[in-house]
Design a protein around this ligand. Structure first.
Ligand code: ADP
Ligand code: MG
Length: 233
């Protein structure tokens, strides 16, 4: 399988006038297309920072990040936004839906940058994504009118609407009851079975159990990288 993500000696330093936080140091990590990777480690060890960099939401302070064979550091702001919206789907613990947009408008948002798509195509893709998470009947509702589990399903629809190569999920079940957590995990399973690469930070044993590989982070460094079982071809 192709290597989708290649991090070499990557580091991230947050610096203020008083303190320098080495959030990530000497990170070497390859993720191949189609893998299901779980990232674990104690609070504050750098998991979200790593995911934000992988999702092009933040930049690294050193080292190299290749996405699909291209150096991310060489991209300008517009190219980053384009790739982020086309290749990467992000799911957050706190859903992060925009409260004054409807469900359908939220899901259409990542397609805004896709000048290759007509308005009708965008709408069709948004409704298809909502169909996949069984939320098309709520297309005209606002996030506040939905339960947490429903909001997270809409967030998953937003993440998959552009058919991304990779889904990055940062504790996606952290704010959900067990029934909705199971639903979201099952959705990620389905996407993985369809070929989507998944990289998920989770404390949820349901998620860790499903991953094929567990990457363990401690104090900003990778201290473990274990295959849990051989993927079914
Ligand atoms: P985790 O997700 O594993 O709990 P984070 O990636 O959120 O950990 O944080 C890693 C370290 O980087 C922590 O020490 C945190 O305080 C620090 N950090 C994260 N984001 C910022 C930021 N924007 N500015 C300064 N420090 C930050
Ligand atoms: Mg975090």
């Amino acid at each position: 399988m192709n290597t989708l993500i290649k991090l070499t000696n990557l580091k991230k330093v947050f610096a203020t006038d008083e303190v320098e936080t080495h959030a990530l140091s000497e990170i070497n990590l390859d993720i191949k297309q189609g893998e299901y990777v779980s990232i674990s480690g104690p609070s504050g060890c750098g998991k979200s920072t790593l995911l934000s960099i992988l999702g092009l939401l933040d930049t690294c302070s050193g080292g190299s990040f290749e996405l699909n064979g291209h150096q991310v550091a060489g991209l300008d702001h517009k190219q980053r936004a384009y790739i982020r919206n086309k290749e990467i789907g992000f799911v957050f613990q706190s859903f992060n839906l925009i409260s004054d947009l409807t469900v359908e408008e939220n899901v259409t948002l990542p397609l805004t940058y896709r000048k290759d798509l007509s308005k009708a195509e965008r709408k069709q893709m948004a409704l298809a994504a909502l169909e996949k998470v069984d939320m098309s009947h709520r297309a005209k509702h606002y996030p506040a009118q939905l339960s947490g589990g429903q909001q997270q399903r809409v967030a998953v629809a937003r993440a998959i609407v552009g058919n991304p190569s990779i889904i990055l999920a940062d504790e996606p079940t952290g704010n959900l009851d067990s029934k909705n957590a199971e639903l979201v995990m099952a959705l990620l399973d389905k996407l993985h079975a369809e070929g989507t690469t998944i990289c998920m930070v989770t404390h949820d044993p349901r998620g860790a159990k499903r991953a094929e590989r567990i990457v363990e982070v401690f104090d900003g460094r990778i201290v473990g990288d274990t295959e849990t079982h051989v993927a079914v071809a």
